[in-house]
Write a protein of this length. Structure first.
Length: 121
């Protein structure tokens, strides 16, 4: 059976939802935080400043559903839960790191452009 042809410019194509997911700021930050290896929920929460526990939970569940993150529970007291990038999640590291680098490199000029725009009548 031939592979389907995905077209993100078609409003009915599921790739649009995937682009929404991987373009989300919390996804970018979770993937970046997990790039160094598995982390527990609390470690992730402390690493990603400003994310609420609810939003982090939702982001991790969505990434797990999409096969980008695995959740491993170790039966101990208290229970230990680790999150780790899957192979597909690892493949996102490069593109998302490029976005992060772009944001850092261009932030000063973006802020300057905003100031000019906001000052215009």
């Amino acid at each position: 059976m031939p592979e389907p042809e995905w077209d993100p410019y078609d409003r009915n194509c599921p790739t649009r939802r995937m682009l929404d997911r991987i373009g989300d700021r919390w996804t970018v930050l979770v993937v970046g935080a997990l790039s160094g290896g598995p982390l527990r929920f609390t470690e992730l929460w402390h690493r990603i400043d400003g994310v609420s526990q609810k939003m982090l939970t939702q982001t991790l569940r969505n990434l797990e559903r999409d096969g980008l993150v695995t959740r491993t529970m170790t039966p101990q007291i208290p229970p230990r839960v680790d999150y780790e990038l899957t192979q597909a999640g690892q493949s996102l590291r490069g593109p998302l790191k490029a976005l992060e680098d772009w944001a850092k490199e261009h932030m000063a000029s973006v802020l300057a452009a905003r100031d000019v725009y906001d000052a215009a009548p």
